[in-house]
Design a protein. Structure first.
Length: 302
């Protein structure tokens, strides 16, 4: 049961809501859906989200600060994965409410690993995503009972993050668990991340999407220069790969692959920023960067 009504008479509410779950369960899709704008990048590949990203939604009686986290990694023991997993556990310790995302009809070892991280006594809402894809709707109640045995969830809300089904209900539930308090961000804020960070993320998303199965695991984006010239953003970015052979994969024949990646990233940035963007992208080889703590720090990993 919720601990309050949604009546605005009980004061303005504001709080941090962590969105956690195994890789590819729809955390970033939900974060974007909740705020009504693309903040977190999305792809079908694991490791799409590598950083903790705050997405902000301000309503008349509440401000929600959603913390989109990386999927908890159970494979690969690299420094990058250790950093990502640390980001998840830190987020869980710092928030007022947790959304635990699971996929309808599917509870695996990856989901159980995330559940095991939930702090004792945390207020957790079980969010069952992709409920619309469950062909046999009679399976939903037994599935809910199975997951409920894993943790004393405060609420259970089936949704479709992709279609937006029941997301309004999720916000109503979430508000009742937020503490009464002043907003953390301006009313028109949508994220705490800088334009520079968003540029690196949108470019990385296009690498994920356009390289497909060719995508090298050891790949990152570094913004080397970000300048504001009037209303124009002039951005110089490097794609960091782990091996010399990966460089050709990213560039493609006659440079066509990299050109398309840069063009699509530039177009999406222009929509986000509502401004003209000049984006120049090249590829650098930095062997072993994903297992080098110093390199990770230089690339902005916490």
């Amino acid at each position: 049961m919720s601990n309050d009504t949604t009546d605005s008479a009980d004061g303005f509410r504001c709080g941090l809501v962590a969105i956690v779950g195994r890789p590819n369960v729809g955390k970033s899709t939900l974060s974007n859906r909740l705020v009504g704008q693309k903040i977190s990048i999305v792809s079908r590949k694991a490791q799409t989200t590598r950083h903790r990203i705050h997405a902000v939604l301000t309503e008349a009686n509440a401000q929600f600060v959603f913390v989109d986290t990386p999927g908890f990694q159970r494979q690969h023991g690299s420094a990058l994965n250790r950093v990502m997993n640390r980001t998840v556990t830190q987020a869980l310790a710092d928030v007022d409410l947790v959304f635990l995302l699971v996929e309808a009809g599917r509870l695996g070892d990856g989901d159980r690993a995330v559940i095991s991280l939930l702090p004792p006594g945390a207020t957790v809402v079980l969010v069952i995503n992709k409920a619309d894809r469950l062909k046999d709707k009679a399976r939903l109640l037994p599935f809910i009972a199975e997951v409920r045995d894993c943790y004393p969830f405060a609420e259970i809300v089936p949704i479709s993050a992709e279609k937006g089904d029941n997301v309004d209900r999720l916000l109503v539930v979430a508000r009742s668990y937020l503490p009464v308090g002043e907003p953390m961000f301006d009313e028109d804020a949508i994220t705490d991340r800088s334009e520079r960070f968003m540029a690196s993320e949108f470019l990385r998303e296009k690498l994920f999407r356009l390289l497909g199965d060719e995508l090298p695991y050891g790949m990152a984006v570094e913004i080397e220069q970000y300048e504001l010239e009037g209303t124009m953003r002039r951005i110089h970015a490097a794609v960091i790969v782990d091996k010399p052979g990966h460089k050709g994969i990213v560039i493609g024949k006659n440079g066509e692959k990299l050109k398309r990646i840069a063009t699509e990233a530039r177009q999406e940035l222009e929509r986000l920023l509502d401004a003209k963007v000049f984006l120049e992208v090249w590829v650098k080889v930095r062997s072993g960067w994903s297992d080098d703590e110093r390199a990770l720090k230089s690339l902005g990993y916490e």
